[in-house]
Design a protein. Structure first.
Length: 536
C-alpha cells in the first residue's frame, strides 16, 4: 500500500508492519480453516464473520482468530462484527486485554463509539481526552485502555465490522498512525470480501452439483406426459382440475391407486405453472429409510451425525423457487410430520445439526392411502393432513374410465413400436376386447407394461391375444364380476374397434349382431358415452 509522498515510512514503521502482518495473518488463516473444516455458521460466510443475507438478524458467535501484540505500544487489538439489524457487535478476536461484552450491553449502542464509526464510515481516533462523549469510555478506562483507533471494515460497500487498536497510554496515536491503520483495515476488508466471495462460489458450486444429481435422476425416470390422455368424463374432470390449480401456488394433494399416474400429474402441474423454469424435486417418502429421510428433506451439516463427512443440501433447499413433489406422503414418519408442517406454514426448516433455512417452494404431495382413515388410526397428524389437503385431486382408477383403454393401448403400442423397432399397425378386436374386460389392478402403469411386453413378443403387424402373455386367463380379482360389467367391457371393445361407429355394415351394432337402436339402448343403460372428438 502507498500513503502520501515517497519516504513516508521509516524503518520503525517497517518493523511495526512486520509485527502487524504476523498478527493479522492468523486471522485470515483461521477464516480459511473454519471454511475448510465446515465450522462456518452459514453458506455464505467463512469463519462466522458474516450473517445469512437470506434472513434478518442472524446472530454471530465469537471465534478466536488472532494472537500477538505490538511492540511499540501496549495496545490490545480487537476485530468486531455484527449485523446492523441487531445494533450490536460480537468480539471475534482480542489480545492483550479482557473485554466483557455483557457488561458493555448496559450502554445504549447509539451513544457508543462503534455507532459513530458505522454511521460515518470513517476511522475514529480516541486520544484519551476526547472520548468522554462515548457512553462506554469509563468501562474501557477501567481495564486500562486509555486511547484507541477504530477503523471500519467494509465488505461490498456495507459495514461488516471494525478493527480496534488500543493503548494503555493517552495520546498514544497520531493522525499518521490512524492513516496507516485505515489502510490496514482497507486491505483487511478486501481480504474478507475475497474470502466471502470464494465461499459463495463454493456454495453455489456445491448446490449446482447436487441439483444436477437430482436432475439426472428426474431425466432417468423418463416421465412421459403424453400418457395423460383420456376422453372419459372421469378423466376429463381431473384434467380440468389440473389446469385450474397449476397456475396457482396452492398446495396440492393427489390421491389415487397405484399406477394411476400421480407423478405424471405432479409434473404436469409444475410445467403448467409459473415455476416451470425452476426445478421440480421428487422425494419418494416410502423409498427412503426412516433414519435418512430427515437429512434428505432438510440437509445436514458436516459432523451432524456419524458418516456426515460433508455438508449436504436438502431437497427442500434444492427446490427453492420451484416445486417439491412428496410422493407416498402417507409413509412419512410421524416424528417428521411436525417439521414438514412447519415448512408448509412458515417456509422455514432447520438443517440437521445446522441453522435455520428459509425457502420459497410449492408443495405437491401424493398418496394411494386414505389419509383421513390413517389420521383416525393415529399414524398421520390431522393438522398436517388439513394443511396438505388444500386442493385435493383424485385420479380415477382405470376400471372407472374403461373408455380410455383403447386410446391408451394404441398410444403405448405406437410408443413401444418405435422404441423396439417393430411395425405394429393395429390391435385385433379380440385383443382389444380382452384389454377392456380386464380389471387392471395396476391401472395405467400395468396397461403400459402389458402393451410393451406384447410389442416385444409380437411376430407381425397386429397385436393378438397370444401376445398378451396369458392376460385374463388366470384368476383375476379385478376382472368383471357381473354380467353387466362383462357386457359393458365387450361393447366398449367393439365400439373402439369400429372407431365408435354404431350403424352400418362395419359398425359396432353389426359386429355385435344387434340392431342399432338396441345397441344405443344398451349403451345408455350401461353408462357408455362416446368420448368427445379430438381436435386435429
Amino acid at each position: 500500500m502507498a500513503i502520501g509522498k515517497p519516504g513516508f515510512f521509516d524503518e520503525e514503521d517497517r518493523d511495526r508492519f512486520d509485527q502487524l502482518g504476523v498478527q493479522i495473518a492468523p486471522v485470515l488463516e483461521a477464516v480459511l480453516d473454519c471454511r475448510g473444516t465446515g465450522r462456518a455458521d452459514g453458506d455464505q460466510q467463512p469463519g462466522r464473520l458474516g450473517h445469512d443475507h437470506r434472513r434478518p438478524a442472524a446472530p454471530h458467535d465469537p471465534t478466536d482468530l488472532a494472537r500477538g501484540h505490538s511492540p511499540r505500544h501496549e495496545r490490545p487489538r480487537a476485530l468486531h462484527t455484527g449485523p446492523q439489524e441487531d445494533l450490536w457487535f460480537e468480539l471475534l478476536s482480542c489480545d492483550g486485554v479482557t473485554v466483557d461484552l455483557e457488561a458493555l450491553r448496559q450502554f445504549p449502542f447509539d451513544y457508543m463509539a462503534p455507532a459513530e464509526l458505522l454511521a460515518t464510515g470513517k476511522p475514529l481516533l480516541l486520544t484519551g481526552h476526547n472520548q468522554a462523549r462515548f457512553a462506554e469510555h469509563r468501562s474501557f478506562e477501567s481495564i486500562g485502555v486509555l486511547s484507541a483507533m477504530l477503523c471500519p471494515l467494509l465488505v461490498r460497500g456495507k459495514p461488516y465490522g471494525f478493527l480496534a487498536i488500543g493503548s494503555k497510554r493517552r495520546n498514544a496515536f497520531s493522525e499518521r498512525d490512524l492513516a496507516v491503520a485505515a489502510q490496514i483495515s482497507l486491505h483487511l476488508s478486501q481480504a474478507l470480501a475475497n474470502l466471502l466471495a470464494y465461499e459463495e462460489i463454493h456454495r453455489l458450486k456445491e448446490q449446482l452439483e447436487q441439483e444436477n444429481i437430482y436432475l439426472r435422476e428426474e431425466r432417468e425416470a423418463s416421465l412421459d406426459l403424453t400418457t395423460l390422455i383420456g376422453d372419459s368424463p372421469a378423466f376429463q374432470k381431473s384434467l380440468k382440475a389440473i389446469e385450474k390449480v397449476a397456475s396457482t401456488d396452492s398446495t396440492v394433494l393427489i390421491t389415487g391407486e397405484t399406477g394411476t399416474g400421480k407423478e405424471l400429474v405432479a409434473q404436469a402441474i409444475h410445467r403448467l405453472s409459473t415455476r416451470r423454469d425452476q426445478p421440480i424435486i421428487t422425494v419418494n417418502c416410502a423409498a427412503l429409510p426412516p433414519t435418512l429421510i430427515e437429512s434428505e428433506l432438510f440437509g445436514h451439516e458436516r459432523g451432524a451425525f456419524t458418516g456426515a463427512t460433508a455438508r449436504k443440501l436438502g431437497r427442500f433447499e434444492l427446490a427453492h423457487g420451484g416445486t417439491i413433489f412428496l410422493d407416498e406422503i402417507g409413509e412419512l414418519p410421524l416424528k417428521l410430520q411436525g417439521k414438514l408442517l412447519r415448512v408448509l406454514e412458515t417456509q422455514e426448516f432447520d438443517r440437521v445439526g445446522g441453522k435455520t433455512i428459509r425457502v420459497e417452494v410449492r408443495v405437491v404431495a401424493a398418496t394411494n392411502a386414505q389419509l383421513d382413515q390413517v389420521v383416525k388410526q393415529g399414524a398421520f397428524r390431522a393438522d398436517l393432513f388439513y394443511r396438505l389437503n388444500v386442493f385435493p385431486l383424485r385420479l380415477p382408477p382405470l376400471r372407472e374410465r374403461r373408455e380410455d383403454i383403447p386410446l391408451l393401448a394404441r398410444h403405448f403400442a405406437k410408443k413401444y413400436s418405435r422404441r423396439h423397432r417393430k411395425s405394429i399397425l393395429r390391435i385385433s378386436a379380440t385383443t382389444m376386447r380382452m384389454l377392456c374386460g380386464y380389471g387392471w389392478p395396476g391401472n395405467v402403469r400395468e396397461l403400459e407394461h402389458v402393451i410393451e411386453r406384447a410389442v416385444i413378443l409380437s411376430q407381425g403387424p397386429v397385436l393378438t391375444t397370444d401376445d398378451l402373455d396369458g392376460l385374463g386367463r388366470e384368476e383375476d380379482r379385478g376382472a368383471p364380476r357381473t354380467m353387466a360389467e362383462a357386457e359393458r367391457a365387450h361393447i366398449l371393445a367393439m365400439l373402439a374397434q369400429a372407431n365408435w361407429v354404431v350403424a352400418g355394415k362395419e359398425g359396432a351394432a353389426a359386429q355385435l349382431g344387434m340392431k342399432r337402436s338396441t345397441l344405443q339402448h344398451r349403451m345408455k343403460k350401461l353408462g357408455i358415452h362416446r368420448p368427445p372428438r379430438r381436435s386435429a
